[in-house]
Design a binder for this molecule. Structure first.
Ligand code: HEM
Length: 235
């Protein structure tokens, strides 16, 4: 849906003929900038996930049972909010280094889906579950909706962290032989001959009858060259 926009962002915006690279590509190829931002993304993750778990474990009735929920919330939540803001800002800037690649990355998509689920859970907690907080604030064993919200929160953040780490691996890149649902989920393009192209938009129309043998490398040497050829096409 947004392929063309992200392709333009990645390949055309601010293209400098002397450097042969767009702003996005210059950022990706920068000596330190990308690494510093990713380092910040990961370090603030500790602040964010570490503190939100303290709140979640109290909501589950597992830790700090004798401390009222409101006390924990009041002390810990400001750190969580700072960590969350830093993660969103650094994450968004990191995304600009390879927007088109991330857009078609299965793990990035899964991560965004769980970010949305986690956000809905926060909204539900604040607008529904927390309404009668006085009734369970000091209760060492909070009621079911509170525990449920804590479980959704912890599960979502664990998955977001795992999927975030997996983004770096191209196991399910478009153009690789893989189940059809993966191609659908990653919005890869399929030609009329059934061949999935690394490029998600069919600029030149469907590939005519591309020989199927060309898809599956027959020798070891072909297999070694195949990924390079796919990435030249520009996933
Ligand atoms: C707030 C919750 C978030 C968490 C818990 C989180 C977690 C992570 C983790 C664990 C990594 C892997 C770091 C590594 O390589 O070791 C990562 C990388 C990354 N995240 Fe996030 N992230 C969050 C938000 C975001 C957002 C909102 C975006 C973008 C809109 C984003 C974009 C990225 C990108 C582009 C990478 C680099 C992937 C790569 O090429 O290796 N993150 N994130």
């Amino acid at each position: 849906m947004f392929h063309e926009f992200f392709r333009w962002l990645q390949e055309d915006l601010g293209f400098d003929p002397d450097q042969g690279a767009s702003w996005s590509q210059q950022f990706l190829g920068s000596f330190n900038l990308w690494s510093i931002l990713e380092g910040t993304h990961v370090l603030t993750l500790m602040l964010f996930a570490g503190t939100i778990w303290i709140v979640d474990l109290r909501m589950l009735g597992v830790a700090f049972k004798n401390v009222p929920f409101s006390k924990i919330n009041e002390k810990v939540l400001p750190y969580t909010a700072v960590g969350f803001a830093a993660m969103l800002i650094t994450g968004f800037i990191l995304f600009l280094a390879k927007p088109m690649d991330y857009y078609h990355n299965v793990w990035f998509r899964a991560k965004i889906i769980f970010l949305i689920i986690a956000s809905i859970n926060i909204f539900w907690f604040h607008h529904k579950v927390q309404k009668n907080q006085e009734e369970w604030d000091a209760n060492p064993n909070p009621p079911l909706p509170v525990k449920l919200s804590a479980v959704i929160s912890m599960t979502s953040w664990i998955l977001i962290i795992i999927f975030g780490r997996f983004i770096a691996y191209n196991w399910f890149e478009c153009g690789k032989p893989q189940p059809a649902f993966v191609n659908v989920f990653a919005e890869c393009a399929t030609t009329s001959s059934g061949i999935v192209r690394a490029d998600a938009i069919l600029e030149e129309g469907p590939i005519e009858s591309a020989p199927l043998e060309a898809e599956a490398p027959s020798t070891e040497e072909d297999a070694e060259n195949a990924p390079a050829a796919a990435s030249e096409e520009g996933n």
